[in-house]
Design a protein around this ligand. Structure first.
Ligand code: F6P
Length: 544
């Protein structure tokens, strides 16, 4: 809920914002079906292609004037100079007083790297060299387990940005999994996660990677300790830990203090945010599981999207248009949700990845000037793979009382060779965006309204030919930059996440009460509310 202000903010009072409010009123009667009937070139005009992604945004409640006004808003918010600031390494993360340099991790060579960032880029290259060596040595059996056996399994332990990207990428790129080695991703502090994963593994041939930027994250450390106990239960000798644990962290000294051999700790940097860190050594499991050259290809796709973002004019710029369409619906149609539906089973974790990327980046209610804002920011991002989701939440998308903009993500070809499956999959994808737009009237007596579908519901379709590492890298970078575009419009910092801290802090004090088995009155005396105190009592006496 935007906070109530007695006076509107600079943004909502601005000329560009007010022009869009006015324009939205004029667009209330806009009919998408009619727009296609009126202009046979609409699909051609409202689509573009770059970095292996074809972006069709013609099924949106927009006309050329809408885009013009959105570009005006972007210009008013100085989008171009903010993009330059991001890539130049200025301190765009103002609340933590540092740059956000995830883009530096994916340059293919130093030619495009700004001169002032060349020394840091040299460090990046060194770490990548190390990632290449480690992954090749694991894959060729030069790095082996304590008892001399080659590794067959890699368990990556991390959470949030230290998990969602790598886990999603590994699953999505099954076509290039290396033979003889499997990667597993453990995140949840719920022990079912790690115990189910370890149950199928052999400690002698399992390599762990502890992935944590801060190396203080509760879930990761708890899982790391459980993994160490599991290993030692079989290998018995404490020195085995050094042979089976790698770590990736921006605090290498903490990883070493935990017990990882200092040479087995790969660093990254404070200027890489957790949710932007798959491109860093956090991607070590990917270098092993996909092979280093495929990890590099992932980076190259992201780098290509960065160059497109930097250089394409707004009218041809995919992240800018994707971001501005989100602004159009969030701020001028008051949409509070945005769905993402990938039509490819391998991309089933992509919506979860986007949830953190967008909701942790732009789910904010304070602006860059430390003021509360009076407009809506990040909508709820949610989704699930198609066609499964057609049989769950699509009823609401078609006939619910509100409309939700949707991104359909289609992959044209698939490695499985079952063409009939693929044809049906894509037929369903295209049918959904068309049905949402088309709507239907029905004259069945007594069911006229039940069968009525209003149509005119907007969606984008992003289509890629093949799910290669490069195309996936470009897709991820597209959404990263979309979030950046929106943050500029909203005048917020997309690179901090202060909102997650309070819950972490409170869990510490509650755990302390669990440890001392506090009774109800003690909990009240310690300042707990009666609801939390009752829940704790119920938990503590569950076995009574
Ligand atoms: O709790 C949120 C968060 O800080 C994310 O931003 C981050 O990606 C995740 O936790 C994990 O943090 P770390 O990599 O420091 O363990």
């Amino acid at each position: 809920m935007p906070s109530k202000h007695s006076t509107p903010s600079t943004l909502t009072a601005s000329t560009a914002w007010q022009a869009l409010i006015q324009h939205q009123q004029e667009m209330l009667g806009f009919n998408l079906n009619q727009a296609f009937a009126d202009n046979s070139l609409r699909a051609e005009l409202l689509s573009l292609e770059s970095c292996g992604i074809y972006f069709d945004y013609s099924k949106h409640l927009i006309k050329p004037q809408t885009l013009k006004l959105l570009f005006d808003l972007a210009a008013q918010q100085q989008l171009q100079s903010r993009i330059q600031a991001l890539f130049a390494g200025q301190h765009v993360n103002n609340t933590e007083d540092r740059p956000a340099l995830h883009t530096l991790l994916r340059y293919q060579d130093s030619a495009h790297v700004p001169r002032s960032l060349q020394p840091i880029f040299a460090d990046v290259v060194k770490v990548k060299q190390r990632m290449r060596e480690v992954s090749q040595q694991v894959l060729t059996g030069q790095i082996r387990g304590f008892s001399g056996k080659p590794f067959t399994d890699v368990v990556h332990i991390g959470i949030g940005g230290s998990d969602l990207g790598p886990a999603m990428i590994y699953q999505a790129l099954s076509a290039v999994h290396q033979p003889g080695i499997r990667c597993h991703y453990v995140a949840n502090i719920c022990a079912n996660d790690i115990t189910e994963t370890l149950a199928a593994l052999n400690p002698h041939t399992t390599l762990f990677i502890l992935a944590s930027k801060s190396f203080t994250t509760l879930e990761t450390l708890e899982n790391a300790n459980t993994a160490r106990r599991w290993l030692l239960a079989s290998l018995e000798q404490p020195e085995a830990v050094a042979a089976h644990f790698y770590a990736v962290s921006a605090k290498p000294e903490k990883a070493a203090a935990w017990g990882v051999k200092p040479e087995f700790v790969l660093p990254f940097w404070d200027f890489v945010g957790g949710r932007y860190s798959s491109w860093s050594a956090i991607g070590l499991s990917l270098c092993i599981g996909l092979g280093y050259e495929h990890f590099e290809a992932l980076l190259s796709g992201a780098a290509a999207m960065d160059q497109h973002f930097l250089h394409a004019a707004p009218e041809q710029n995919m992240p800018i248009i994707l971001g501005l369409l989100g602004i159009w619906y969030t701020n001028f149609w008051q949409r509070q949700a945005h769905a993402v539906v990938p039509y490819d089973h391998r991309l089933r974790r992509f919506p979860q990845f986007l949830q953190q990327l967008e909701m942790e980046s732009t789910g904010k209610c304070a602006n860059l000037d430390n003021q509360q804002i009076d407009y809506q920011t990040c909508p709820d991002i949610w989704g699930e793979a198609g066609s499964n989701s057609q049989h769950s939440f699509f009823q609401q998308l078609h006939q619910g009382s509100d409309f939700t903009p949707i991104d359909f993500i289609a992959v044209a070809s698939a490695p499985h060779g079952l063409q009939s499956h693929q044809d049906w999959l894509l037929a369903n994808c295209f049918a959904q965006s068309r049905a949402l737009m088309l709507g239907q009237t029905d004259n069945t007596p007594g069911l006229e309204q039940h069968k009525f579908m209003p149509g005119n519901k907007p969606s984008s379709t992003l289509m890629i030919d093949t799910l290669t590492p490069a195309n996936l890298g470009a897709l991820m970078a597209l959404y990263e930059q979309k979030a950046f575009v929106q943050s500029v419009i909203w005048h917020i910092n997309p690179f901090d996440q202060w909102g997650v801290e309070l819950g972490k802090k409170l869990s510490q004090s509650i755990k302390a009460e669990i440890d001392r088995n506090a009774d109800f009155n003690t909990l009240l005396a310690d300042g707990f509310d009666a609801s939390t105190a009752s829940l704790l009592q119920r938990y503590l006496h569950k076995a009574d």
